[in-house]
Design a protein around this ligand. Sequence first.
Ligand SMILES: Nc1ncnc2c1ncn2[C@@H]1O[C@H](COP(=O)(O)OP(=O)(O)OP(=O)(O)O)[C@@H](O)[C@H]1O
Length: 455
Amino acid sequence: MSGAVLGYLEVVSAEDSGPVDNRVSINRHEILRIGRNKKECHLLLNDPSISSVHCILWAILFDDDSVPMCYIKDLSLNGTTINGKSLNKNTTYLLEDGDEINLWLTKAKRDKSTVYPLFRFKAIGSDKQKLHLMTQLQLEKDIDCWNISPKVIGNGTFGHVMVCFNMADTQNTRLHQINKKLKNYAVKIIKLKPNKLDKEAKILIQLNHPNIIKVYHTYVDPLNNLYIFQDLVPGGDLFSYLAKGDRLTSISESESLLIVYQILKALEYLHRRGIVHRDLKLDNILLESPEPCTRIILADFGIAKHLTSNVTRMHTVVGTPEYCAPEVGFKANRKIYKSFSRAATIDQQKTGYDHKCDIWSLGVITHIMLTGISPFYGDGTEKSIIQNAKSGTLDFEVKHWQQISRAAKTFVKSVLQVDVTKRLDIDESLKHSWISNHRVQLEEIYRKKILRVTP
Ligand SMILES: Nc1ncnc2c1ncn2[C@@H]1O[C@H](COP(=O)(O)OP(=O)(O)OP(=O)(O)O)[C@@H](O)[C@H]1O
C-alpha cells in the first residue's frame, strides 16, 4: 500500500485467524479492508465467522495542517465492537487513539478461553495544537445539548468545521449502542458581520433530503459566531476523492453517472423550492465513504439564494470562476470587485441569472469526473478561465473522451451551453437520454445502496 500513513492498527491478538502483521498502516487515499476475502482484503482473517469484507477503515486529511480523521465502518454479519460496544452494520465511527476494535467470532467460540481478533487504533497527530482555535476564537464548548470537540474537520474561507456530539443521544439507547460518543456530528462555525442574519442557516434548517447536508440546530453566541450543527459526512470531499498526487483523475462512467444522478436529485429538490446553490463544486460535494457507489451530500450553502415570486433572478456575482456559468458575470479584472467577502461583489447586470447557473456547474463537475479535465481551466489564471467559459468551447476529440458514451458527451454539451435558453434545466436534465436510459437501474441502486431501503 502506498500513500502517507495517517494512522495505525496494532494487532493485539489474532491467534485463531492465520498470520497477520503486528501493525498495519492506514494510508491516505486508500481503504483498508479486513476480512476473509483474499482478493479484496489487506488484512486477512481466516475464521468462518469473519465476513468476506468484515469492516473497512480509511483516513481523511483535510489539509496538511489538520489532524487526520480515521473512520471504521462495519459491513459484517456477526458484527464489530469498539471498546466492547457493538457497532451497527453499515455504521461509521470516528476512531480515537487507543480505541479497541474487536471482530466477533461465532457464539460457540466466544468464551473466555478463546482469543479473537483484537486491534488497537493508534492515531497520528494530536488535537492539542487545535485547542488554541477554540480559545483564540472564544468559541463556546457546550451549547444546549451539543458538545464541541477541538477536532477540526476542515477550514473554509468563511468558517471552521469541527467535530461535535449530541448529548441527547446518550439517553437514546435504541439509537446508539456503542457509547455516548458513537454518533459524531459536525458544527460549522462562521463569524457573522454585526446585525447580519445568516442566510445559510436559514435556508439549511428547512431542508430535508438524503443528498443535502442535514442541519439540526443553529445558534448565534454573544460574539456573533454562528454555529450550524449538522451531520458529519465521513468520506471527505469529491475533490480529494479525485485528486491523486497533484492532479485530478477521472472515474468510470457508471460511477460518474451515479454521482450525477444524486446531484440532480438534490438540485431537483432545491430548484422546486426556489433555492439556488450558486457554489456547486467538487469541494462542496461530500462522500459518505470514499468508495464507489456511495451516497453524496451537497454542503456549503454559504451563498445559496432563495428565489421568490417577487425575486426571480439574481444579480450578484458570486461563486468560483472555474465552475461559474458565464451569465453570472465574473470579470477578469479583479479591481472592479468591491470586496470578496461572503456574497461579493459587483452588480452591473441588467438581465441577471437564474437557477440554471447550478446546471452549468454540474456540467463542469461531470466533465471533470469523466475525463479528469476541468473544461475551461486554460492556463489556470482567472482571466483565462472566464474567457474560456464565455466561449464555451469543448473538445471531445481528446483521448480522455474516447471510452465515454455518446449519451454522456451530449449530456455534458447540453448542460454546458453558454446560451442559457439552450441549456437544459433540472427537469430536462433528468429526461436526457444519459439519465433516462439508465433511470430504472439508477433508481434501484439509489434505493438499495444509497438509501438502503430493504424490500
Ligand atoms: N458536515 C460536514 N461533514 C464533514 N466535512 C465537512 C462538513 N462540512 C464541511 N466539511 C469540510 O470542511 C470544509 C470547509 O467547509 P465549508 O466548505 O462548508 O466552509 P466554507 O468556509 O463555506 O468554505 P468555502 O471556502 O468553500 O466557501 C469542506 O471542504 C469539507 O471538506
